[in-house]
Design a protein around this ligand. Structure first.
Ligand code: SF4
Length: 142
């Protein structure tokens, strides 16, 4: 196939089988074949993907080359995800994701964001270019 879509392909697998599956996928994504990986596992994304798209509450909040996003995240949600990894101390993001039927009026992350400003609760931030091949949806970069 020209495109492979893998939705949480290693979820629930033990470490050994997971590594086998990841290598198998990597082996199959050659030439002009494209992989769309849907995952909560940043390690898996880092291993398989050249470009990362971070989503929160149904919308894209940050995109860019995988290595750059993971080493220098811009969006507070991306920063929170990285801080919640075991290697970073398992710091949780306070609160829970909003229900799709009652999304906040402004930024969808505003109720959980430690950097939220007054404006964030009223206006919905657009995606903004923030350098080489990177975009973020956050008023901190206006
Ligand atoms: S727009 Fe405001 S609330 Fe939303 S992520 Fe940026 S700082 Fe936080």
């Amino acid at each position: 196939p020209r495109v492979i879509i893998a939705d949480e392909p290693t979820s629930g697998l033990d470490a050994e089988v997971k590594i086998e599956i990841l290598h198998l996928i990597k082996e199959k994504v050659t030439g002009n074949r494209t992989l769309f990986l849907i995952t909560h596992d940043l390690g898996t994304a880092s291993f398989l993907c050249t470009r990362l798209v971070v989503m929160y509450a149904g919308e894209i909040v940050e995109t860019g080359p995988t290595k750059e996003v993971l080493s220098r995240p811009f969006h507070p949600y991306t920063k929170g995800l990285l801080a919640s990894l075991p290697s970073a101390g398992l710091n949780t993001i306070p609160g829970t994701s909003p229900s799709p039927s009652s999304l906040p009026a402004g930024c969808r992350f505003s109720e959980r964001c430690i950097a939220a400003m007054e404006r964030c609760r009223k206006e919905h931030p657009p995606m903004k270019e923030v350098g080489d091949n990177r975009q973020v949806r956050c008023f901190l970069y206006d």
